[in-house]
Design a protein around this ligand. Structure first.
Ligand code: SF4
Ligand code: SF4
Length: 303
């Protein structure tokens, strides 16, 4: 196992957003928690909604902690000689020039904290200061297992590092509570937060829908998973909305030797469960078997 030897890490990923990642994560957590001690982690720090899928609003978490994983440039006006070197070096358009005052103006929203301006400034007029760019919530779901949620603040950057800290927080809590499974809801896409979510996982469940855009994004995220050599399986959500394309996904999976560990049909009940902030297995118990089957596939492939 990747985290010491106490906890199996299972990550739910998708190339495209909105294909049912949090839906799957919340229901898998519920069925896994029937036989294992589970802790859930929302690493979709740009758009976290695993908590909502499990019935938690922000005010329902036990604690929220502000964290900093980034820095922002600030100007010490009295030292600036107006040389404009900082403006020229910034690749993020985070520095504008104030003609009236003949000095730079730093835009916190665009500043990535790269430090280039600080390096080139001949007057030590720029300092990088820590930015409280995210918060991490910890709490318990009404279903008995814990949740850790990372949330990037509006207009801030540094998602990858926030995922890292969120996972570390969950790992510490999981270790204390004797969790056997850490279930991660990763960000969509193939960027930094996804890589940070997937790294160290024992198994990845990749979710897709039978649409060209979801399939194209799926292929991209699978390349990332393969790069890290992590075993994975595929779940096709709403498989019956486009049977021809589902066949195409299945053909691709067969050719690539990717196990399809679940196929979930379209049903309005999923929408109702989402609106009611409940995992589908709690809202519609008839769906439980389907998710239990996916959970046993996950355990079988990751043991
Ligand atoms: S730290 Fe980097 S991104 Fe921020 S203002 Fe300076 S050069 Fe631009
Ligand atoms: S590089 Fe330093 S001295 Fe030059 S304009 Fe920027 S802040 Fe002022």
């Amino acid at each position: 196992m990747a985290t010491g030897d106490f906890m199996k890490i299972i990550t739910i990923a998708s190339g495209k957003g909105g294909v049912g990642k949090s839906m799957l994560a919340s229901s898998l957590a519920m069925v896994l928690a029937e036989s294992r001690k589970v802790i859930t982690v929302d690493c979709d720090v740009d758009a976290p909604n695993l908590g909502l899928s499990l019935g938690l609003k922000d005010s329902d978490y036990d604690t929220w902690k502000e964290i900093t994983t980034n820095e922002k440039a600030e100007l010490i006006e009295s030292r600036c000689n107006g040389c404009k070197k900082c403006v020229d070096v910034c690749n993020f358009n985070a520095i504008e020039w104030d003609d009236e005052r003949d000095m730079p103006v730093f835009d916190r929203m665009f500043c990535e904290g790269c430090g280039a301006c600080e390096l080139v400034c001949p007057r030590d007029a720029i300092v990088l200061k820590k930015a409280m760019n995210a918060k991490i919530g910890t709490g318990k779901t009404r279903y008995g297992f814990g949740i850790v949620s990372g949330q990037l603040k509006m207009g801030e950057s540094g998602s990858g590092k926030i995922v890292f800290v969120t996972k570390k927080t969950a790992e510490d809590i999981g270790r204390k509570e004797g969790a056997e499974i850490m279930l991660i809801d990763a960000a969509a896409g193939i960027g930094c937060p996804v890589i940070a979510s997937i790294t160290g996982s024992d198994y990845v469940v990749a979710v897709t829908e039978p649409t060209p855009s979801a399939f194209s994004d799926l292929e991209r995220v699978l390349r990332v998973v393969e790069h890290f050599g992590i075993p994975y399986g595929l779940v096709i959500n709403k498989h019956d909305i486009n049977n021809a394309f589902t066949k195409r996904v299945e053909h691709f999976a067969k050719g690539a030797g990717i196990p399809i560990i679940g196929k979930i049909p379209y049903d309005k009940e999923f929408v109702k469960a989402n609106v009611g902030m409940k995992p589908i297995v709690s809202y519609d118990r008839g769906k439980k078997k389907m998710f239990q089957k996916i959970a046993s596939e996950v355990l079988a492939h990751s043991d």
